[in-house]
Every structure is written in structure tokens, then in C-alpha cells.
Write a protein that binds this ligand. Structure first.
Ligand code: IVH
Length: 662
């Protein structure tokens, strides 16, 4: 078989199948057939890397990891648009155009709420994707953009074209991502736009490939090179070339037509699976666009009409309070259920006392509610016309659960329950400790924790490890039984070998999320070093500031917390170094290791956990201090640097051999 020929052929067939599926919504082969071809190509590329095509669809799964993004100057600058916030301002735009052009057509396209991207193709092959940046200079995010399923890697014609479009995160991907982040204790993205731009700035493209970004294309920057004379024809051509375009656009010839088009678009956008924040109105004819030209900042031939966010009024029935795992008290508005921007809302956070006071929000008030960034419902203000005898808000002084006196520091907006025995605090702490990204005690979820806590079996995280002493009682509990308790106890036993960073995160220290926990553990390695670290030592770690350092120091001042730490120490949990020390003679112990590229047998996290258990320190960048670089598929600049610095490089195969041997 002519391997090169087959690789080229597979590349072409799979790229075409991708376009058929994602752009034209018209799958031309079964999933199975697709998977088989994909597998064949992947295997051939592995065996004959020299034949791999630059536009290979196998790159769509990501894997390249960069140190930073290269700056790129846009050949044709990426301008932004003037805004129109209401129909009056839109009419002004229309009349300004009318002054110069007698009769013209307008094309109105939905304004997708994501981030602008410029895509460069040569000979019909994808070459580069560059962010908008300041409009003149952007960043090369090609590796990340390549992972977007609907991006065609090869066009249907061998053209040289620069196109512009919007990368966005569909709601479904957005909700999924935030759910995962919540479990990991990471801050949530406020809206799909932030999530999309955060994702496109990831240096590890395999993370991007998992986040479900999507892309609409709307402009041909070098439209003069093609035989088209309107924006409408540009959209059709883009579609024909294999790009996904948003088909919701309308043409209008008069101002009242335009208003109608916009109202139509506004009405139908609710059910869409992506966020929109307005309508981009463009003069359709290119010759008129040229005639109108640009102001210093914007094209005169287009404007962005912004939808006003939907605001609804509803009654605030009651303000209740939640106790978080750190003891933070959050006031919550319990509302008469209303629909806003397509979903039912009956609760909204009131953040803290200051938020309520600033707006003078009172129980029984009628309040205006808006979905900020279209997602998180927020109370914006009170309808004072309906204010009657409602009493001013009073912040509670005692914990709604344990009744102990709340504490608020001058520097903090929040009130805290500092009673270490507070049931709500403890329950939330236990739930956090057992959660997937902490100790991953599978079946110890919210309901079970609440039940066991109510029955007195679980008062704090230490109690988790003496549940086995109550075996006979537990299996008798309604809804449990032998099988489920056995499974639970097994998961608890397994958690004892969790890597230190997971346990450290599981402690639930205020401001210490999963990532921060990992950083601290990477730097300070064992609990004694962390406990004795001074504020200066903690803040000397790159990502750690005063707030986190103070939380950590305060955590270890508390007698109750020290009890917990001593328990883990006494019971030889992985954290506490003993185990690691025993492994002193392992190949990896004491070595600083950097992982790069995609590995076949492990996820990065898995391998990293494993190496830490073997006594290695896993670091994210290659420097003179690095001892070993483990290079998977498509290792990028880190591998180059390792070779430059003459650092030992292991392939996955070599790694497996070492792990098996020892
Ligand atoms: S045309 C010079 N069309 O909105 C014309 N923009 O400030 C450039 N956007 O930066 C933009 N959907 O990120 C155009 N259908 C659409 C759009 C769109 C979203 C974004 C784009 C641009 C911003 C306008």
C-alpha cells in the first residue's frame, strides 16, 4: 500500500465528513465508519509521522501545549462597531447612511456573544487563527481553534482567504463546564462569553478540545479577491466553502422593515443554544460600504444594535440565609416564581449585607430581576412605587443553624459563622471533602452525609474513617443495606491513598480551591512545611497572595483543625510524607518532572498523581531545575527546550518500562 497516498486520502475523506456533519448538518457516513477511518489515520500517522498532513483531522483532539501565544499583526485590521442602544439610535444610523446613499439594502445578522477571530487559509488549507487583540495585533491561537469541530481544516475550493467570525460556547457546554468547575471548587464563569474567551486562552489545547466551543463565520476580509458584491453573497460563499454560518439574518430596504427584522430576530433568539446580545446591521452592498468608509474607530456602514436585557418584576417573599463550608453566610432572596429570559426563577443570591443595604431591599418588596449576562438571575432594584409597610432589612446576628454569634471583619463584606461544630458548616465540609475533586469518596453524597449527620455518625471529616465501626447499625438503616455500605466503606478505604493535594483541597480551607491546593503542595510538598510556612514564604509562591496566605495561616491556628491534621498524620495518609519517604529509592523520588504532549495510557492528572506518590515533584515548565521530561505525542516547545538544556527525555514507552520494573 502506498502509505502517503492513503494518509492523504483519509485526511481528505475525514475532513469532508466533518464539514458534512458540522456545517451542512448532513452526515454522509455512520459514526462507526467515521471512527474506523479516524482510527486508521491515527495509527498510520503514529507509524509514519513524516507523512502526517498539516491539515490532519486528528489534530482536532488537541494535545499541543504552548508556553505562550505568539503575537501576530493583522494584515487587515479588525475594527469594532458603533453601538445603537434603542430604535432612536438605530434610526440615527439609518439616516446617516441615507444622507450619503439614496437607496441601499441592509442585512441584519444576529450578534453572537463570543470572541472575534480571524482565520487564515492558503490554497484552501487552514493556516492560522488569530484573536482580535487590539484590532491591529492579536495572538495566534491556532492550536486551540483547530480543536473546534465545526472549523473546516480544508475548504471546498483551494482559495486564499481570510475570514472573520465569532467563537462561542453553546449553553449546553457552558452549563456542563460550570457544573464541573463547581465540583472542583473553581470559580464559575459568569456567562458563555467569558467561558469562551477563558478557554481560547488555555495553553493546553486538549483542554480546549473538551470544552465544546463552536464557531460562526460572518466576514470575508479580502472580499475583493472574490466575485461577490454583497454581504449576503459573502455569507453564501462562506457556507459553500465549508464554513458554518448563522442562518438567522434578514434583509430590509426601509427603516420600518429594519425594525421589523430586528423584532423578529429578538423574538426567535430565546430558543437558541447560544448567547446573542444584539443584531449587527450592515449595508449589504460592498460598493456602498466602500463609499461610506470608516470613522477613526468604526465602519460607517454598520452598527451593533444591542438588545435590552429582559427585566421582570416579582415579589420578594422572604430572605433566608445559607451557611457555606467555610462558614460564610449568604443571604438568598426567595421569590414568587417568574420567567426571565426563558427560565423559571424562584431564588436569587443577595450576596451579602452590603448588597441588600445599597439597594434597600426588604422582605415583601416588589423587585426587578434581570439575568446578568443572560445567566445568573440578579435583583437590580426595588419598585419603590409598591413600597408599603415593609420593614428595613436587618442582618442576622446569629448563625441560622447553630445560633452562634456571627463574625464580620472590617475588611470583609461577608459574615461568618465561626463555630467549628456548626452542623451546616460541618455537613458542607464533609460533602466537600468527599467530592470528586477532593477525596472522591464516590457514594458519600449530599443526601447520605445529611442522613448520617442527622443520626450522629458523621460530625466531621474524621468521623468518615470510623464509619466502619458502626457497620452493624449502618446496614440496618432503611435504604442502605449491606451492599451499599460495603461499597461506601471500600470507597472510604481507597480514599486513604489519595494524593496529598487532593486531601489538602478537601480540608476546605477558605480561598484554597483545587488549583491553589495543587500549587501549594507542589511548592511545599508536605504538611509540616505548609504548617510552618510564614506569610512571606507563602506569598513568595508565584500565584499566592495575601488573602490566601492569611486563610491558610488562620486555618492552622484553630485547635479543631489541628486535631484533624493530627488524625491524618497518625493514620499515615499519603499527605504526610511518611509514605513518600519510604519510596526514596524509586527512580522518580526526589526528581523534578515535566509532562508534555498527549499520553496514551494516562491522563495528565493521573500520571501526575502517580509520580507524586512515587516521590517526584511535577512541575509545569521546563527549566534548569528539571530532571526529566516525559514527552507524549505532539510534544511542543517544552520538548524543544528540554533538548536544548540537555535534560533527560522519556517517551511513554520508556516511562511504562520504568514503572513496570520498579
Ligand atoms: S461584523 C467591521 N457580524 O461583534 C465589522 N460582528 O463590535 C466587524 N460580532 O468584534 C464585525 N456577531 O466580535 C459582525 N454577525 C456579526 C457578529 C459580529 C458578533 C461581534 C464581533 C465584533 C463585535 C462588534
Amino acid at each position: 500500500m502506498d502509505i502517503l497516498k492513503r494518509i492523504k486520502e483519509l485526511t481528505k475523506i475525514i475532513n469532508q465528513a466533518n464539514v458534512d456533519y458540522h456545517t451542512y448538518d448532513n452526515p454522509t457516513m455512520s459514526d462507526y465508519e467515521y471512527d474506523m477511518l479516524f482510527k486508521e489515520l491515527k495509527e498510520l500517522e503514529l507509524a509514519y509521522p513524516e507523512y502526517k498532513q498539516p491539515n490532519s483531522p486528528t489534530d482536532k483532539v488537541g494535545g499541543v501545549i504552548l508556553d505562550r501565544f505568539q503575537k501576530v499583526t493583522h494584515d487587515i485590521p479588525m475594527t469594532s462597531l458603533s453601538n445603537a442602544f434603542n430604535f432612536d439610535e438605530l434610526a440615527d444610523f439609518y439616516h446617516r447612511v441615507q444622507k450619503e446613499i439614496e437607496a441601499f439594502e441592509l442585512i441584519s445578522e444576529l450578534k453572537i456573544d463570543g470572541l472575534a477571530i480571524s482565520l487564515i487559509y492558503e490554497n484552501g488549507n487552514f493556516i492560522k487563527a488569530v484573536t482580535r487583540g487590539d484590532g491591529q495585533i492579536g495572538e495566534d491561537v491556532s492550536e486551540n481553534v483547530k480543536t473546534i469541530k465545526s472549523l473546516p481544516l480544508t475548504l471546498t475550493k483551494p482559495v486564499n482567504i481570510t475570514v472573520r467570525g465569532e467563537i462561542f460556547m453553546p449553553y449546553e457546554s457552558f452549563y456542563k463546564l460550570n457544573m464541573e468547575r463547581e465540583k472542583e471548587g473553581l470559580p464559575l464563569f459568569a456567562n458563555p462569553r467569558n467561558a469562551a474567551s477563558g478557554t481560547i486562552r488555555q495553553l493546553d489545547s486538549s483542554i480546549v478540545s473538551k470544552r465544546g466551543l463552536d464557531l460562526f463565520v460572518y466576514t470575508i476580509a479580502n472580499s475583493d479577491d472574490f466575485e461577490i458584491d454583497t454581504q449576503h453573497k459573502a455569507l453564501m460563499l462562506l457556507h459553500k466553502l465549508g464554513f458554518k454560518i448563522n442562518k438567522r439574518y434578514g434583509l430590509s430596504n426601509t427603516l420600518s422593515d429594519l425594525f421589523e427584522t430586528i423584532n423578529d430576530l429578538d423574538r426567535t433568539r430565546q430558543g437558541l443554544n447560544f448567547a446573542t446580545d444584539g443584531v449587527v446591521v450592515k449595508v449589504n452592498q460592498f460598493n456602498y460600504q466602500k463609499e461610506l468608509g470608516y470613522t477613526a474607530r468604526h465602519p460607517k456602514w454598520a452598527t451593533a444594535y444591542k438588545f435590552s436585557p429582559e427585566v421582570v418584576e416579582t415579589k420578594l417573599l422572604k430572605i433566608t440565609f445559607q451557611v457555606g463550608r467555610t462558614g460564610v453566610i449568604t443571604p438568598v432572596a426567595n421569590l414568587e416564581t417568574v420567567e426571565v429570559s426563558g427560565s423559571n426563577v424562584s431564588r436569587a443570591t443577595l450576596h451579602n449585607e452590603g448588597f441588600i443595604r445599597d439597594r434597600d431591599i426588604r422582605e415583601g418588596d416588589y423587585v426587578y430581576l434581570q439575568k446578568a449576562g443572560e445567566i445568573i438571575p440578579e435583583i437590580i432594584s426595588v419598585n419603590m412605587d409598591k413600597r408599603d409597610k415593609q420593614l428595613p432589612f436587618e442582618m442576622i446576628t446569629n448563625c441560622p443553624d447553630c445560633n452562634s454569634v456571627l463574625v464580620k471583619k472590617e475588611s470583609d463584606a461577608d459574615h461568618f459563622c465561626i463555630n467549628p461544630d456548626c452542623p451546616s458548616r460541618n455537613i458542607n465540609q464533609i460533602i466537600h471533602f468527599a467530592s470528586r475533586n477532593a477525596m472522591n469518596i464516590d457514594t458519600l453524597g449530599e443526601k447520605v452525609v445529611e442522613t448520617f449527620h442527622g443520626l450522629g455518625y458523621l460530625n466531621n471529616i474524621i468521623d468518615i474513617y470510623s464509619l466502619k465501626d458502626h457497620y452493624d447499625e449502618l446496614i440496618e438503616l432503611p435504604g442502605f443495606g449491606k451492599k451499599s455500605i460495603d461499597k461506601l466503606l471500600e470507597a472510604i478505604e481507597n480514599s486513604k491513598t489519595m494524593p496529598f493535594a487532593k486531601l489538602f483541597f478537601g480540608l476546605g480551607i477558605k480561598n484554597v480551591g483545587a488549583k491553589v491546593a495543587q500549587i501549594i503542595v507542589d511548592e511545599l510538598s508536605d504538611i509540616d512545611t505548609i504548617m510552618s510556612a510564614t506569610k512571606e514564604e507563602l506569598t513568595s509562591i508565584f500565584e499566592i497572595g495575601d488573602v490566601i496566605a492569611d486563610s491558610i495561616i488562620n486555618y492552622f491556628k484553630d485547635e479543631k483543625n489541628l486535631e484533624i491534621i493530627n488524625f491524618f498524620k497518625k493514620n499515615n495518609f499519603v499527605l504526610f510524607q511518611e509514605k513518600v519517604k519510604k519510596l526514596d529509592d524509586h527512580f522518580f523520588s526526589g526528581k523534578t518532572v515535566v509532562l508534555t504532549g498527549t499520553l496514551e495510557h494516562f491522563s495528565r492528572n493521573e500520571l501526575s498523581d502517580k509520580l507524586v506518590l512515587l516521590g517526584a515533584k511535577v512541575s509545569s515548565s521546563v527549566s534548569k531545575k528539571t530532571d526529566i521530561v516525559i514527552a507524549g505525542d505532539q510534544a511542543g516547545s517544552k520538548l524543544t527546550k528540554a533538548i536544548e538544556l540537555q535534560i533527560k527525555v522519556l517517551s511513554e514507552q520508556e516511562l511504562l518500562e520504568i514503572l513496570n520494573e520498579e
